[in-house]
Design a protein around this ligand. Structure first.
Ligand SMILES: [Zn+2]
Length: 305
């Protein structure tokens, strides 16, 4: 073991101990979570998971990963598009992530007054036990559809239709909810026309309730969650608040990262913690009240126990 490795380990251990003390001391914890948290939980969009559920799409269209495939299928006929998206939605929204990272995060804060702000759309916080009234999903939810125009500001739960779609393609759903390919089954790359979702109001195609542009529908649930989040911040202003950022990258820093920095700067008793694999950083202005821990979030949480 060389000395810089030991030094890094000591630094991490010290930062983890500091974070633990700050969680204990905090009046409230505001969690801000990005894609890195779900990656750490094993929700990978490449490799084994991709190859297991999309072998036909990989063969026929040479898709390279689940995420970019989601854009490429937009060119395909509706039956194929929904064959792709139903598998995608099912495994990323209705199945549990391979690792218990979200559950460990919940164990860490469940006795605290907490709130979660997240750009993740995979429902992992609720599946791990977080109270849905303490969650604000700013960017949508894989479990919801909306009118593609949109002609009205409502979203629709898609679980039942998505289940029918994957079953129609030859998949099976195990007792624990896992999507499986029965032995010898030939997968269909399309869903029957009657399962292709259309807007119940105007008849146009439905689409995912994911923020991509200004056609994203912010329904009543979205506005209620936004209101609860701002109320939470107002109620705890001036108190000892820990802003705990986990796996937030640089795609949309204006949603979590920058506001967390700004609130830490403006609230003299606030503390900012940044857990990130290779991008743990805090600006100089708040460095004295920041804890940056570089590493896999699952491993960091294990050390916090
Ligand atoms: Zn419509």
């Amino acid at each position: 073991m060389n000395s810089s490795y030991t030094e890094q380990n000591n630094k991490t251990a010290e930062a983890v101990a500091r974070l633990k003390a700050e969680i204990d001391a905090a009046d409230a914890v505001v969690i801000g979570a990005g894609a890195g948290l779900s990656t750490s939980a094993g929700f990978l969009y490449t490799g084994e998971r991709f190859e297991k559920y999309f072998p036909d799409f990989i063969r026929k269209y040479r898709f390279e990963d689940m995420y970019s495939g989601g854009f490429q299928v937009m060119q395909l006929p509706p039956g194929e598009l929904w064959a792709y998206w139903s598998r995608y939605i099912y495994i990323n929204r209705y199945m549990d992530p391979p690792k218990s990272v979200y559950r460990e995060l919940f164990e860490l804060v469940k006795e605290k007054d907490y709130f979660v702000l997240t750009t993740n759309v995979d429902h992992c916080f609720q599946k791990a036990g977080f109270d849905k009234h303490r969650l604000f999903y700013t960017q949508g939810d894989y479990g919801l559809w909306q009118c593609s125009r949109p002609c009205h500001q409502k979203t629709y739960d898609n679980e039942e239709t998505v289940r029918s779609m994957v079953l129609a393609q030859g998949f099976a759903i195990a007792e624990d909810g896992a999507l499986t390919v029965p032995e010898g089954a030939a997968l269909q790359m399309t869903v029957p026309p009657e399962l292709v979702p259309r807007c119940p109001v105007c008849g146009e195609p439905m689409r995912m309730n994911l923020r991509a542009d200004d056609t994203f529908v912010e329904d009543d649930g979205w506005h209620a969650a936004a209101q609860r989040y701002s109320d939470f911040l107002r109620r705890h202003s001036g108190l000892k608040v820990l802003f705990l950022e986990a796996g937030v990258g640089w795609n949309t820093p204006g949603i979590i990262k920058y506001p967390f920095w700004r609130m830490t700067r403006d609230e003299k008793d606030a503390v900012y913690a940044c857990l990130n694999y290779s991008e743990a950083y805090a600006p100089d202005e708040i460095a004295a009240r920041s804890i940056c821990i570089d590493g896999d979030i699952g491993e960091i949480l294990a050390q916090l126990k």
